[in-house]
Design a protein around this ligand. Sequence first.
Ligand code: SD4
Length: 330
Amino acid sequence: MNNRRNFIKTAAVASVAVALNSFSSKPEEEIIAPRKGRKPIVLSTWRFGIEANAAAWEVLKKNGSALDAVEAGVKIPEGDPKERSVGYGGRPDRDGRVTLDSCIMDEQANIGSVACLEYIKHPISVARAVMEKTPHVMLVGDGALQFALSQGFKKENLLTEESEKEWKEWLKDSKYKPIANIENHDTIGMIALDASGNLSGACTTSGMAFKMHGRVGDSPIIGAGLYVDNEIGAATATGHGEEVIRISGCHLVVELMRQGKSPQKACEEAVARIIKLTKNRNKELKDIQVGFIALNKQGEYGSYCIQGGFNYAVNDETGNRLIDAEYFLK
Ligand code: SD4
């Protein structure tokens, strides 16, 4: 009876369960084994993570701090006008304004963040200055700009000709429909474990292209786009920020690792949470991309995302490589 009741119950929810949890219902041994890296190690999102990791590695290999490494690393795509989703040259909002979101977190849970910051090429360094030089953790908009200028950052035009052209094209029918895996790279999130065993992370982006002016995504929000707990591990996110914020994504990933999950399994469960909420809200999963990368205190790492196409770069003493993340929607 009990079995039959269980069977009926199972059958009733089977299609949903299979669709939602095909990965989390796998027996333990089928779950992707945690990848083992060596200390020091740095991970970052997307293809441009390779160049960013290389800059971070220069710091880590000389026994520099994870904090200095992640700042140096993410500054590479921030300063590169060819990277159209981060920093200088990033795609503008629907009013044609480039507004940047960044945050940074160190091993002592010091945090700094800026959101909707305009005219400053390296918002991550402004976030670090917020962390180190103010009694606050987050500055936004004009206040963030005024603070940056007071710290000697230079005011620059960040809208390149290419991004302006793309925006003018977009204005013709002004449809806001973020495309998953746009140009195969988006936000850079970077997490690192240094030779002393300390963890830090940084996350920086121009956010969703053609967003409403003033829109802030997950990337500058500690706990959403980035989280570090020096006893446990670190995680960072990319993709549709609204979905990451909805589940406090990176804090969740770190908490799952605290409960004993591998970085891989923790990322899978956080993605499963988004999938479940998306279905409950009757939204289309195919229109959403979210990817997490995670690293634990032992140097093990993992990643998971909703749709194929997301990759991340890993650099340890065995080299710097790009890995295709595992994904849900096959
Ligand atoms: C945001 N998470 O602003 C960022 C953008 C991103 O892949 O990562 N896109 O929502």
